[in-house]
Design a protein around this ligand. Structure first.
Ligand SMILES: [Zn+2]
Length: 157
């Protein structure tokens, strides 16, 4: 139950890595993962429109965007969709017999789990509205194979 990087008290368990992280290294992991998504999806100085809502993913998205090198005015729409939400959308399409069309390059939170966004927001004392999209199949899959959602989103994204 110790942080696998520094050995201090673990604060959150990441099942898909089988590892614990302390608060400091969790925050660092979030910022690093988000930063690398930004570099892949957006150009420096690009005009972006952020969602204005109060749901958890939206609040976290705006927080993580603070101080980033973009113009936050009328521009490409950035979406606050997170891992389980995208996985849910994919599964719904599949059940309807449609091939899922997933665009990841407007979703810099695509590889974050809801629980991670929540832990991040709570550590920083952000205020938000819960907005978890519950899908029993998604939850079952995650229970037995924590990394599966990343693969699912990776196949279609
Ligand atoms: Zn640590």
């Amino acid at each position: 139950m110790r942080c696998h990087i520094c050995g201090r008290k673990g604060a959150i368990f990441l099942p898909y890595l089988g590892k614990w992280l302390c608060e400091k290294h969790f925050l660092r992991m979030v910022r690093k993962r988000f930063g690398s998504n930004l570099r892949r999806f957006f150009k420096k100085g690009e005009a972006l429109s952020l969602p204005k809502g109060k749901t958890l993913p939206e609040v976290v998205l705006r927080k993580l965007m603070e101080g980033k090198p973009f113009r936050f005015s009328r521009g490409r729409k950035v979406k606050a969709d997170y891992l389980e939400k995208i996985a849910n959308d994919i599964l719904l399409s599949l059940f309807e017999g449609k091939f899922p069309k997933v665009i990841l390059k407007d979703k810099p939170l695509y590889n974050f789990r809801y629980e991670e966004l929540k832990f991040f927001a709570d550590l920083l004392g952000l205020k938000y509205k819960e907005s978890y999209v519950r899908n029993e199949l998604v939850e079952e899959v995650v229970k037995y194979k924590p990394g599966a959602l990343f693969s699912l989103v990776g196949w279609f994204g």
